[in-house]
Design a protein around this ligand. Structure first.
Ligand SMILES: Nc1ncnc2c1ncn2[C@@H]1O[C@H](COP(=O)(O)OP(=O)(O)OP(=O)(O)O)[C@@H](O)[C@H]1O
Ligand SMILES: [Mg+2]
Length: 415
């Protein structure tokens, strides 16, 4: 493990199904080169939340070790995903008077207006995960992306505030510490996934990112380039597997195999004569059955999931403004026919979101299941370069309390 260098960025996605680590090298030409990647079964997580610290620490150690070996680098810190139904978010607004005599807006004014906007009442058992600027208003001029340097008397900021249960977040952070890692940043899982598989054009037009994981479906809705709505639904790929296990009278492991190998979410895509082999519970004896039977089970569940997502989008009030359509990602989106059903139900263009924006070991991390982990490294890279919209994250709270001085300065500034 020779190389030890600030050029390397690590993303750690702690999912319900798998724990995944990606190490990337930041190149001089701003490219992000993936040099190591590994994933392992996740044993201590339920519906995106760590419920068994020991098991999770073991999984983290294993993937980091494998990724380190591949990359030939020692990992000391990682950006980690935060997920689960405890995530809540609100849109908020803050207003301040511009302080300078000449009325030119400075970084300090932006910091103050963000502070004012994030002053929402948060129960003591919750903490702020992100404060994401949506747009600024200078005097009466709306829709400003970056007001620094502009002149005005009154500065207003609209922000999206994402909060999470303090205990859940702290448990995740503890797992990293116990695995010998420092936490570079804690990032909402679907925000990371969106970073990896949605274009800026789509975010400008209005897009919903739907990450179908194993335990949860995570939704993020962007419009005018910013995040406006986030939601987590307690349903995911494991429900599909359980349905298959019950319907085909087989075990969960075999149901998972059959689902991945032969599954299809749309019965009409499956030729009537297609047959599959399914092992019975407790015996090695295989049964032959029609693949359409499997598709019937999966179609019903896919329709249910899409209807739940549609209800959430309607509830958010953004159903009429998703001109960029829907991007499905996460391992669950890889089920054949998912996009077709999505198009029928959402009545919008639907595409599969595979990670992009990286070079190097692209083939290893190109599946939708890797979107969150890839997004974590992309986001950290952007933060280190000091790019992005204004954001203050958890200044002085748990995560950043553990950061080294240099990184702390970087993150408490602009993102
Ligand atoms: N080819 C496939 N067809 C159908 N389902 C698949 C396929 N590949 C993976 N899955 C399903 O995707 C799910 C895992 O997705 P993913 O790796 O995104 O989950 P996770 O991030 O660990 O979980 P979560 O985000 O819910 O915490 C599993 O339920 C798995 O069965
Ligand atoms: Mg996930």
């Amino acid at each position: 493990m020779a190389r030890k260098n600030d050029r390397y960025i690590t993303g750690l996605d702690i999912g319900t199904h798998k724990v995944c680590a990606i190490i990337a090298e930041a190149m001089d030409d701003r490219r992000l080169n993936v040099v190591g990647a590994a994933h392992t079964e996740s044993k201590g997580v339920r519906k995106g939340v760590v419920i068994n610290l020991d098991a999770t620490v073991e999984s983290i150690k294993r993937v980091i070790e494998q990724a380190e070996l591949m990359a030939g680098v020692e990992v000391q810190q990682a950006s980690v995903s935060i997920a689960g139904t405890h995530i809540k978010s609100v849109n908020s607004r803050g207003v301040i008077a511009v302080s300078a005599r000449n009325r030119v807006i400075e970084k300090e004014d932006i910091r103050r207006v963000i502070d004012a906007a994030k002053a929402v009442s948060i129960p003591p058992d919750r903490q702020i995960l992100h404060v994401l600027a949506q747009e600024y208003v200078v005097d009466d001029q709306e829709g400003i992306g970056d007001p620094s340097g502009m002149s005005g008397a009154r500065l207003e900021a609209n922000v999206h505030v994402v909060t999470a249960s303090s205990t859940s977040t702290q448990n995740t952070i503890s797992c990293l510490h116990r695995a010998g890692l420092e936490v570079e940043s804690t990032v909402l899982a679907q925000l990371a996934a969106a970073e990896a598989c949605v274009t800026q054009d789509e975010k400008d037009l209005g897009v919903a990112v739907v990450d179908i994981g194993s335990g949860t479906v995570d939704i993020a809705i962007f419009e005018k380039g910013s995040l406006w709505h986030t939601a987590v639904l307690p349903i995911g790929g494991e429900h599909f597997t359980n349905d298959v296990a019950v319907a085909l009278r087989t075990g969960v492991t075999e149901a998972e195999r059959v689902k991945k190998k032969h599954g299809c979410a749309l019965v009409s895509l499956v030729p009537e004569e297609d047959m599959i082999e399914v092992q019975s519970v407790g015996t090695k004896k295989a049964r032959i059955m029609g693949r359409q039977l499997l598709a019937e089970v999966l179609q019903a569940r896919t329709e249910e999931v899409c209807q739940l997502v549609l209800a959430e989008i309607r509830k958010s009030g953004f159903d009429q403004s998703l001109n960029g359509g829907i991007v499905l990602t996460g391992g669950g989106s890889m089920l054949e026919g998912m996009v077709e059903i999505g198009e029928q139900i959402f009545d919008l263009p639907v595409r599969l979101g595979t990670p992009s924006g990286i070079t190097g070991l692209v083939d290893v991390v190109s599946s939708p299941a890797h979107a969150t982990a890839v997004g974590l490294v992309l986001r950290s890279h952007r933060a280190r370069l000091g790019e992005g919209r204004l954001l203050q994250e958890m200044r002085g709270t748990g995560t950043f309390g553990k950061l080294t001085g240099r990184l702390k300065d970087m993150f408490s500034g602009l993102f």
